[in-house]
Design a protein around this ligand. Sequence first.
Ligand SMILES: Cc1cc2nc3c(=O)[nH]c(=O)nc-3n(C[C@H](O)[C@H](O)[C@H](O)COP(=O)(O)OP(=O)(O)OC[C@H]3O[C@@H](n4cnc5c(N)ncnc54)[C@H](O)[C@@H]3O)c2cc1C
Length: 428
Amino acid sequence: MRAARVAATQGAKVLLAEESRVGGTCVIRGCVPKKLMVLASRVGMEMQDGRGFGWTFDAARFSWPDLKSNVDTELDRLEHAYATALSRAGVHTEASRAELLGGGCVKLCSTGERISGERILVATGATPINDDDLIGRSLCATSDDFFNWTTQPRRVVVQGAGYIALELACLLARLGSEVSVVFRADHILRGFDQELREHLQAELAAAGIRLVPRATLTAIRRDGQGLSATLSDASVITTDAIIRAIGRRPNTRGLGLARAGVTTDDRDAIVVGDDFQTSARGLYAVGDVTNRIQLTPMAIREGHVFAETVFAGRARSALPSIVPTAVFTTPELATVGQTEAEAVAWHEHVDVYSTQFSTHEGDLERARRQMLHEADRQARRRSHTGRPSCGSGCRRMIQVTGRRDHHGARKAILTPPWRYTQPAPRNG
Ligand SMILES: Cc1cc2nc3c(=O)[nH]c(=O)nc-3n(C[C@H](O)[C@H](O)[C@H](O)COP(=O)(O)OP(=O)(O)OC[C@H]3O[C@@H](n4cnc5c(N)ncnc54)[C@H](O)[C@@H]3O)c2cc1C
């Protein structure tokens, strides 16, 4: 959408083919509905804290259908707003799947019409993986299905421990479902800072989520009790719904890439250079379909840079090397820069400061609300290398401190007291 809009404002004649709804994954079945549901799931905790602050909430009750209907209304509004913005910019939108025919041509599948263009941009995103050899996988939902649920299951099994799995698990648990999370590793959130992973894992367990590490699903069957999920250790969990969030695959199947001469890698992602050019002349790709950093701000920026470079002749800077990330669990987690392990592997001398404290929100209800904040610093240059954090409001904090680090802020101006930990020796 961003690329189409910027290209059109630069005078290009733009056709955008969308096979589903305008807005893409983020608006329709990703960030936006998820964040609204996460906010809904936190209201119960805030009411609990509120009791300590003198509030009473008589007969408080949560309704999934009401939440779903309100979220749907908001998504309709956003879809309409995006479609209007595209049309005002002069973009012509076709509600159709598009496939590449090669030679600068695409086919609109709804009508069979062939369209040719000087430049073609593929921004088809990614799709949840659920096509492996798991017995009974058709009985499982993906995140796409989750956002269409009209009723809330009493019991849910979530497979996976990446950010999407944990966010859905957390919001369901906070809205009253009994949730089990089954994952292969020892710890959740592979690739994040180890101290943070362990901290969040303990917090999720304390919030009543059943965590089943070192396990995978081997078979799903429907029986009189609902669904029975057999695990790799032969144990069985009886549940009402199963969500698989085990990764997302670039949406390239059936797109006609081979026909158009576009090279993909072993994960089906389109291979592009720094200028988003694929192996086929005049054919570009941005966003999740290139499987680099699968986040909305990255896709938007890539689309913007592509359109400005190609249609306005303004070569923009390459993509940012430091990307702050947030995980919308409760408590939430946010991080910018390197993990401790990465910092130690990269720099000769690294200081690691970490602090853990209780926040005031739950004080009067004696509810435990913890905050963990870590700062990794390259000792000699005194510059920060990474800042992992977990607790209420940390994503905003990371947004601010990430910028400050970038401009050379010192540790001393950020909340003491710090616990200094001696990092493990540098690899090699
Ligand atoms: C549950 C969930 C939560 C997420 N939360 C966050 C978050 O909090 N923050 C964040 O930054 N990112 C989040 N993401 C990731 C984010 O949604 C993606 O990184 C982002 O949407 C990628 O944008 P894109 O333009 O590359 O692809 P998409 O947004 O997926 O857009 C691709 C579009 O192409 C259409 N399409 C596909 N194939 C064709 C075809 N052949 N013809 C026509 N149209 C086609 C699709 O219908 C879709 O509308 C989340 C994702 C999920 C699934």
